[in-house]
Design a protein around this ligand. Sequence first.
Ligand code: FES
Ligand SMILES: [Fe+2]
Length: 390
Amino acid sequence: MYKNFWYACGQSTSITAKPRKMKMLGQNLVAYRREDGEALVMSDLCIHRGGALSGGWIEDGCLRCPYHGWKFDKDGKCVEIPANGKTKTVPSRARVDAYPTAEKYGFTWVFLGELPEEERPPIPDFPGWDTENFRPVYGEYTWAGNFRRVVENSLDPAHASWVHRNSFGNNQEPEVPDFTVETTQWGSAAEMVLSSPKLKGLWGAKREVRNEIKLYTGYSMPNLTYIHMTLANGKMHNRLYNIAVPIDEETTITHWVILRDFFMSPFFDRDTHRRTMKIFYEDAPVVASQRPELIPEHISGELHIKADALQIAYRKHCQSIEAQGWSIDMDQFRTLEGKRATIIPCPGRRSEEKKNQWVFPEVPMTPGLSSDGPAVAPQNQPTPTAPLAK
Ligand code: FES
Ligand SMILES: [Fe+2]
């Protein structure tokens, strides 16, 4: 799981004035929306006794911890400690990590990392996003699987003929034609034509002679996949965008939105939602069955064919992110779990005057590679804890 990226928290409408508990990248977070419309996302661990701030409530745009009533402002700084009375000053270390947020494509996004604004990777680009000529339908799906397995499942043209043989795949014609992968700094994409069975139901009524689907499909790092489908000899278009957000290493939530340029009345939204969820239900058991649960560290750890080219491109992009030292060291994280809180650093941790003013240490990171080869030492690592007494 990678820090220093923008992650979707869910549809913008799901973040409200009521604090909401969320788990992402193994971290407990709290999200709420201030009266001025700004979404706030913070660490859900109170630095006093580790209470969950998400159990608290909003007062004057600040979040009040439900345990002893400490009050935290929009930057995560504690501004009131009721048990200290009104005269004592609040210690400068009384702050929780608060993360940058943004609204785009109908989702609220949070930047989980310490990079300053000018160095952050962009919010994943949704190619072909068009809500004037298309109608969007939103949804979400929770998987028992690692987010990289989920991403690769979306990028895999060869499985359609088998896993989706009862929906859009055609196992009478399973061959995947050659395609070319175009790669940019943050993603890759390819165009291809797959064979499909005759569509059923409402969509089938619009369908004409050729049983093929033109696809434009790809990903944007670290977890967006998209698939543009052209059906019915170019008369119908769907564009599906999936953001596979790691809840933890074994569980993933996909926030998805699908656009369509046919049957534009809201009446057909339910049918679109049902058809999209059917695809996830078909994929879920195969993704949950994959072993090892994590994608092997080395590309040679599994056998690949030409049709897997997009997945290989994705694995290479992941490797370059890991080389930057942005991958959470989950082995070490697990040895600390239950004993010591570790936090994904927010940008405030890099500012001079706030350095060393944090109660909880940063999550352990897997060392990356510097440009001349040797490992980059991760910053502010927690010291190992002594084993718990038996
Ligand atoms: S645990 Fe939050 S105020 Fe004490
Ligand atoms: Fe699938």
